[in-house]
Ligand binder design. Structure first.
Ligand code: NAI
Ligand code: AKG
Length: 430
């Protein structure tokens, strides 16, 4: 097992990392960010790369590579999800960690940003194998995570069960007297293991709320508005569920297995039941027609919700998009060049660091409850979540108006200004 720690080292820029750096530099230029603070924010604080062996069901040992990148902790402990996917590598973890720093700052949370995961295709492993992989990864990370240091949460292909395994493994390394003080080492846990009511739907509910606020802002009625969703996991499903409750109509879905379309409507609840019984896949669902993946983003609709992976809306499909609004459930789904095209075409984009921030806000509520020995009811959690998201949305809209900025740049400016303020107040970089 090896651990590599790279501190304050310049990184090459490409893919999602290139995107987030361009977004950051654009906003930093606009506010003429102090050059010393810019130097700090453009690199990650710590990077852990761990290789660890796990016994497979057939008795063979396989070596896995896991990552945890801690970008910045000026505002509080590092916070962010763990992703299990073949595309996880050091640059993906760096980019996603940076987005977490801007997201927690914009949301006004006492957190910094981190992200990580394991490079693997979870469909190739049994539940027992995934449990052993998760436990060995947790041992490998050791005390580089912790309830007041760095707090992981679910992301793509990880879920409350994954968090429960991490919690159990982490706690087993502590003395009995210390164990109960470590419940908040991860968030997004099952309710029976210290999880919070509402964390399951927090991200999708937040996506829905930002769409609702945007519609109110533009005096648009969401009733009978059509929407399409890429990614029908935790975020995609819950966003669809709440939009449907508001009267909007889901007409197309794309996941890792294919794309389906029904111009009349697709029931999110029926599709979820189907996917649950079909190893998570929407393919074969009887309530819609199969379409070519390449057609998906060009479908006629009012709202497009990318809620899967990064770099999905690109120069290759930005010209085809018919939606009036893109609501970024995923992290980094729109690349910088595609965004230029979309903005010129008058398409609004609710940026990821605002749109999907309900997840980390829900996590913050779970962390607070664990820390204080409290248990909140679902309606209390959702009310608090709505209040926080409305505050962030209003701040972003005010900045777009007063500084004549698009929503992403406005959100980045607010996030970076908060970090700048803390560095200046500490007196380190006046
Ligand atoms: N889970 C959370 O609380 C949060 C998640 N996010 C972001 O939302 C996005 C989705 O996350 P979750 O819903 O949690 O993941 P998930 O694992 O529950 O679902 C992922 C979905 O994306 C689909 N997908 C994977 N590869 C795809 C591809 N190449 N094309 C189309 N669809 C594909 C999968 O089939 C699945 O339906 C990610 O970008 C994640 O970082 C952001 C904030 C919080
Ligand atoms: O809930 C959290 O701590 C972070 C969720 C996450 O990974 C994200 O917002 O991208």
């Amino acid at each position: 097992m090896t651990t590599t720690l790279t501190s304050k080292k310049k990184q090459p820029k490409q893919g999602m990392l290139d995107n987030v750096m361009r977004q950051f530099n654009n906003a930093a230029d606009i506010i003429e960010l102090n050059t010393n603070i810019r130097k700090i924010l453009e690199v990650t604080n710590n990077e852990f790369v761990v290789h660890f062996p796990v016994r497979m069901d057939n008795g063979e040992v396989e070596i896995f590579t896991g990552y945890r990148v801690q970008h910045n902790n000026a505002l509080g402990p590092y916070k962010g999800g763990l992703r299990y996917h073949p595309t996880v590598d050091i640059d993906a973890a760096r980019a996603l960690a940076m987005w977490m720093t801007w997201k927690t700052s914009l949301a006004g949370l006492p957190y910094g940003g981190a992200k990580g995961g394991i490079q693997l295709d979870p469909t190739k492993y049994s539940q027992d194998e995934l449990q052993r992989i998760t436990r060995r990864f947790t041992y490998a990370l050791g005390d580089n995570i912790g309830p007041e240091l760095d707090i992981p949460a679910p992301d793509v292909n990880t879920n409350p069960q994954t968090m429960a395994w991490i919690l159990d493994t982490y706690m087993s390394t502590k003395s009995p007297n210390e164990r109960s003080k470590n419940l908040h080492v991860v968030t997004g846990k099952p309710i029976g293991t210290g999880g919070s009511e509402g964390r399951d739907r927090a991200t999708g509910y937040g996506v829905f709320l930002t769409i609702k606020f945007w519609a109110e802002h533009n005096t648009i009625d969401l009733k009978n508005k059509t929407f399409i969703v890429q990614g029908f996991g935790n975020v995609g499903y819950w966003a669809s569920h709440f939009l449907k409750k508001e009267g909007a109509i889901l007409i197309a879905v794309q996941d890792a297995y294919g794309s389906i379309h029904n111009h009349e409507s697709i029931s999110p609840e029926k599709l979820l039941d189907y996917a649950k019984a079909n190893k998570g896949s929407i393919s074969g669902f009887a309530g819609a027609n199969v379409i070519d993946n390449a057609e998906f983003f060009g479908l006629d609709c009012d709202i497009c919700i990318p809620a899967a992976l990064g770099n999905q809306v690109t120069v290759d499909n930005a010209h085809d998009i018919k939606a009036r609004l893109i609501a970024e459930g995923a992290n980094g789904p729109t690349d910088v060049k595609a965004e230029e095209i979309l903005l010129k075409r008058g398409i609004d984009i609710i940026p990821d660091i605002l749109c999907n921030s309900g997840g980390v806000i829900g996590s913050y509520f779970e962390w607070l409850q664990n820390r204080n020995g409290e248990i909140w009811q679902l309606d209390e959690v959702l009310e608090k979540l709505e209040r926080k998201m409305r505050e962030s949305f209003n701040k972003v809209m005010y900045k777009t108006k007063t500084k004549n900025l698009d929503m992403r740049t406005a959100a980045f400016v607010i996030a970076i200004e908060r970090l700048e303020e803390t560095y200046v107040q500490r007196g380190i970089f006046p």
